[in-house]
Design a protein. Structure first.
Length: 156
């Protein structure tokens, strides 16, 4: 076997593993998605209201035609450090209603002292995503978002 072929095979396997790990949260979000028996415009308005008013997020990208909303990162500072989260919502018209999928990404910031930061710069050690680490999202918080959308739609 040629050495470059084994490198290609190993590279392909690594790429497959990385892709599979990256889509786990997407699969989880798709499994929690809901279909609402309401018109697209009403559901879009409810999702937009949830994100802007209830969650107090600032929209970064809004495309009603494609059915996508992405927010800026929301930061929270407390005694345990810094936490940030970002919401992405997808709204699609389906035959049986309007489909909604909400994804929440949560990250925590590693606390690095100035001495350690200076040491890393001197050693040319790469930093991991500027100190942010992905953390698991509590499914019940996302489930509650769907409940709030249902409440908004029932009032209309």
């Amino acid at each position: 076997m040629y050495p470059y072929k084994s490198g290609l095979i190993i590279g392909g396997i690594l790429l497959l593993c990385i892709t599979a790990c990256a889509t786990v949260s997407s699969r989880d979000a798709q499994s929690m998605a809901r279909v609402f028996n309401k018109p697209y415009d009403a559901v879009w308005a409810a999702v937009e209201d949830l994100i802007s008013n209830d969650l107090a997020c600032i929209p970064k990208k809004i495309n009603k035609k494609k059915g996508l909303i992405e927010t800026e990162w929301v930061h929270r500072f407390d005694t345990e450090g810094t936490v940030r989260w970002q919401i992405t919502a997808a709204v699609k018209q389906k035959k049986n209603g309007t489909w909604v999928m909400i994804q929440k990404r949560t990250q925590t910031r590693d606390v690095v002292s100035r001495k350690m930061s200076r040491y890393r710069k001197e050693q040319n050690e790469p930093t991991n995503n500027a100190g942010w680490t992905n953390t698991p999202v509590d499914r019940t918080s996302v489930e509650n978002y769907y409940g709030l959308i249902t409440d908004k739609l029932s009032k209309k």
